[in-house]
Design a binder for this molecule. Structure first.
Ligand code: MG
Length: 501
């Protein structure tokens, strides 16, 4: 049996090595590649992906998983071997359920979908994207049928991003979240003029922004000998290995937080990747428990730590150093207020942490309704706009600022959005647990002491990789499942202070 396990490990480490090479190509595409290289790059990437797919889905892999499974489980549920086999089996079973003709059709539909969406968004022309969206929905329904589900086809799709989560589980969570946020948003909007972020707007040298961003992520604990930070149009994190986890950031010359908080966000993801145990590298145990768990790490560092007053106290001298003269008359309290300004936004990615979850709710409501046939594609823009009015009191003047703003559906991803909100909720639950385990942790950032915080995350979250499903991991390490209250308490106490209500 041990021999079978060794064979399986060898095979799956080759699959990981191929996927890692494909990830390098994709990183290069977004960071350095000249636009002319797109076609050749697509050919190389898809050849590698196909190779990895064929290797992973072979009957031989299946036989090795089958052959070693009971032996591994007998070594104890938490053992490396048992966890390895559980993760490998989960991935294998899922991928085997999808016929290869279907995977091909899905991939072709998505390619056409992305192209159509790019044009449709540029022209703000939803009608041009609508037939593609319909096809993507139909294929996602078929995907759900292949994967199997109990209550809603949405569950099968959600499970791809947040294993174990269901629509029935999310609905009451989102309702409670929205009910808790609405009165807070009302209080904030009633005092809209009282908070300004003018001090972080202006003219900020872009090289200086990047230098600052590198200093910040290094201070947080990002190991630059096992990673690097570059620029890209949309910030992202990618793991080639435990020992090579890259991040990107962007700079807006006239708005400093885009770079600073974009970097901190991606750094949060990267700390998770760099915290994966060495022996998990190139195995199915590498990576995060789920997208929601991953997002909890990025949001925790970005918002809970990075937008706290102690962090602003620590950050201010660096701002003065990198942008001479600009912050001389600013104090930490003013910086704290400026980076936490809250206002309704049409655009999700520009939204602040108070309003953000309502953007997710809106997408959750629309995509479940579309998938379950309760809403027609042609009626979706009107539904979107009505919800914007209801939640934020604002309405997009055109679909490019409304239903066409996100790329996720064009990418074929239905069921992805909720993971962002789960990440926000978990980040606040982690903060609550930290207060019990590391008293006084909230003040540590003021002195640039991030190690005790990172140490806690390493021990309880990062070191577990993909050993457990997210809900299991939460129960083991935080002693509870998803909860809404810690996030609402966090938002309420922070924003009542800033806006004085
Ligand atoms: Mg993220």
């Amino acid at each position: 049996m041990e021999k079978k396990f060794a064979e399986l490990k060898k095979k799956l480490s080759e699959v990981s090595a191929i996927n890692s090479a494909a990830a390098v190509l994709s990183w290069d595409q977004q960071v350095y590649m000249p636009s002319g290289g797109a076609e050749a790059r697509a050919a190389s990437t898809s050849a590698l992906e196909e190779l990895a797919h064929v290797k992973f889905t072979s009957d031989e892999t299946g036989a090795l998983i089958e052959g070693a499974y009971s032996w591994a489980q007998s070594l104890g549920e938490d053992s490396f071997e048992a966890s390895y086999l559980r993760a490998a089996k989960r991935d294998y079973d899922k991928i085997k359920k999808l016929p290869s003709e279907f995977v091909g059709e899905f991939s072709r539909t998505v390619s056409a979908g992305i192209e159509a969406w790019t044009k449709a968004r540029a022209n703000s022309d939803f009608k041009a994207f609508a037939p593609h969206l319909q096809k993507i929905l139909d294929l996602n329904l078929r995907k759900a049928e292949y994967l199997g589900y109990k209550a809603s086809p949405y569950d099968a799709l959600l499970d791809l991003y947040e294993p174990g989560a269901t629509k029935a589980m999310l609905e009451p969570v989102f309702k409670k979240l929205a009910d808790g946020l609405k009165p807070i948003i009302k209080e904030i909007n009633a005092r809209a003029g009282s908070v300004s972020n003018d001090i972080v707007k202006g003219d900020f040298d872009e090289d200086a922004q990047l230098a600052l961003a590198n200093e910040i992520v290094a201070a947080l604990g990002y190991d630059l000998s096992r990673g690097r930070q570059d620029r890209s149009a949309h910030p992202f994190t990618t793991d080639f290995s435990v020992n090579d986890v890259r991040i990107t950031t962007r700079t807006h010359r006239d708005y400093l937080p885009a770079c600073v908080y974009g970097s901190i966000h991606e750094c949060g993801h990267a700390l998770y990747g760099q915290g994966t145990p060495q022996n998990f590298d190139f195995t199915p145990l590498a990576g995060g428990a789920s997208l929601g768990m991953h997002e909890s790490q990025s949001r925790f560092w970005e918002n809970v730590v990075g937008r706290s007053l102690p962090f602003c106290r620590w950050l201010l001298p660096s701002l003065r150093k990198h942008f001479p003269g600009k912050f001389d008359k600013v104090n930490a309290e003013e910086l704290f207020v400026a980076v936490n300004r809250s206002a309704p936004s049409l655009i999700r990615v520009e939204s602040d942490e108070v309003n953000y979850n309502l953007h997710i709710m809106l997408r959750f409501e629309i995509e479940t309704a579309l998938l379950e046939g309760r809403l027609k594609v042609s009626d979706a823009p009107a539904f979107w706009n009505a919800k914007m009015q209801e939640y934020f009191g604002i309405k997009p003047a055109k679909d490019s600022e409304g239903i066409l703003q996100d790329i996720h559906w064009a990418y074929g991803m239905i069921g992805y959005f909720p993971t962002y909100s789960l990440g926000n909720l978990i980040s606040a639950q982690i903060a609550e647990k930290l207060t019990k385990d590391v008293p006084g942790w909230k003040e540590l950032p003021e002195r640039g002491e991030f190690a005790p915080i990172l140490g806690w995350l390493r021990k309880h979250i990062h070191s577990q990789g993909r050993k457990y499903l997210p809900e299991q991991l939460l129960k083991r390490e935080l002693g509870e499942g998803i909860r809404v209250e810690p996030f609402l308490d966090y938002i309420k106490s922070k924003y009542s202070r800033i806006y004085g209500f």
